[in-house]
Design a protein around this ligand. Structure first.
Ligand code: GLY
Ligand code: MN
Ligand code: MN
Length: 425
């Protein structure tokens, strides 16, 4: 549980990076229609949540920075018995004041009048450039004469790069649940017929253990499906002898987990699967061991490409000198994606990889990054020995950068060959 004092601290830190005489506005997410009159489950805007901890729709935050003081104002939906009957309880101003500490809290209907008042002494405005709404149009129009209009999101993104101990606890809790879900699903795979049944098993454990949602759409890709990187149809049969690539992670109290494991439907690797799997596993472990403050993500990327290329040559999938193959990027056909990404409130955390000058940001203690190398061989790739065709493997863990190295937050999720072949539940 993140305390109000931490949200206050985040707002204060954000205010310290704003120019004097500024106003910053952040809006809640808008409910999304699924079809006709049905909606997707509501998920708060990550930046708004990061700064407020407030989960309701139709809300806004204003941070005002004068020459001396900074102020924070929250806007919430007003209580409405009739609407609450249909859509659930709202905190209202009174309820919000009990839980959230701002200079004042107003109903959202007062947003424009308060905004007009607050901007009187402001010269600069910050808001999310990617958001479109009538309220955004309003604040843009009203701030036309301002000296500067800036995108607020890179500033919040930079702040979100370094996780507090409380954030790390929530990620660990998400991973504890994800671990149980992966083990449960893996152990039941041989009893199932379709990929989506495995998805149901994973998501059953997410919910049963207290994670309301997945952090992204679960991928259950068996056999050649694993060679489609963003495969989410999950509708093929689980065939005896095939390998399953399962990329699944729950979201717990707004914090993500992102885990991929590759395991055989029938519980035992074939020799060809084991050959490929062992290469990916060794590379993954090697790259994880390199994680420490000051190293660049690009260094990890390049090393993973080099090691995977070596492995592909060893198995006769690529032929020639590793150096030349790397130069010609021949390995990219089999390892086309990045080594990993920031993770936090979002599975792909919306934080920068480069600083304002375009220079790559090195790893720092408190960052959380995934490490996820893979090898993907299409079933129709005639240039590859037959035994390896139709196999796709990725292994993904979530790594915390510490002061003297790293902590693998998902180290308890089985990935050694003998552990994958063992049963847990
Ligand atoms: N699950 C999305 C990713 O691995 O990046
Ligand atoms: Mn990932
Ligand atoms: Mn993933």
């Amino acid at each position: 549980m993140i305390q109000e004092s931490e949200y206050k601290r985040r707002r204060k830190t954000l205010a310290s990076s704003l120019k004097n005489n500024s106003i910053a506005v952040v809006f809640s997410a808008t409910a999304q229609t699924r079809s006709n009159d049905t909606e997707y489950p509501y998920r708060q805007n990550s930046n708004f949540y990061y700064l407020t901890g407030f989960k309701e729709d139709n809300a806004a935050l204003i941070i005002r920075k004068g020459r001396k003081a900074t102020e924070s104002y929250l806007f919430v939906q007003k209580k409405d018995k009739q609407l609450e009957l249909w859509s659930g309880k709202r905190r209202g101003v009174k309820g919000a004041k009990k839980l959230f500490e701002h200079d004042d809290i107003f109903v959202i209907d007062e947003f424009t009048s308060k905004f007009d008042l607050f901007i009187k002494e402001s010269r600069n405005i910050y808001y999310d450039f990617s958001m479109k709404s009538s309220k955004i149009e309003y604040i843009v129009e009203k701030s036309k004469s301002f000296s500067s209009r800036s995108n607020l999101m890179p500033l919040i993104g930079k702040q979100r790069l370094i996780k507090s101990p409380e954030e790390i606890s929530l990620i660990k809790k998400a991973l504890q649940i994800t671990k149980e879900a992966h083990h449960y699903a893996k152990d039941h795979a041989r009893e199932l017929t379709y990929e989506y049944e495995l998805q149901a098993d994973v998501e059953y454990i997410f919910k049963k253990k207290g994670a309301y949602s997945d952090a992204y759409t679960t991928i259950v890709a068996s056999g050649n499906s694993a060679n489609t990187l963003h495969y989410i149809n999950n509708d093929k049969k689980l065939l005896d002898g095939a390998l399953i690539l399962m990329d699944a992670g729950c979201e717990y109290e707004y914090y993500a987990s992102d885990i991929t494991r590759s395991f055989p439907v029938n519980g035992t690797f074939t020799d060809a699967q084991k050959d490929l799997y062992s290469i990916v596993l060794e590379v993954e472990k090697k790259i994880i061991s390199m994680v420490r403050p000051d190293i660049l993500r690009t260094t990890l990327q390049e090393k993973s490409e080099e090691l995977l290329c070596e492995g592909l040559v060893k198995l006769g999938i690529l032929k020639g000198s590793v150096k030349k193959l790397l130069k010609k990027k021949k390995h990219k056909k089999y390892y086309p994606h990045g080594i990993g990404h920031w993770m936090g409130i979002d599975v792909h955390d919306e934080s920068p990889y480069k600083d304002e000058k375009g220079k790559e940001i090195p790893l720092m203690a408190g960052m959380v990054m995934t490490i996820e190398p893979g090898i993907y061989i299409d079933k129709d790739d005639k240039s590859v020995p037959k035994r390896y065709r139709g196999i796709g493997i990725r292994i993904e863990d979530d790594i915390l950068v510490t002061y003297d190295g790293y902590e693998n937050l998902s180290k308890n999720i089985a990935k050694e060959v003998e552990d994958i072949e063992a049963t847990y539940s």
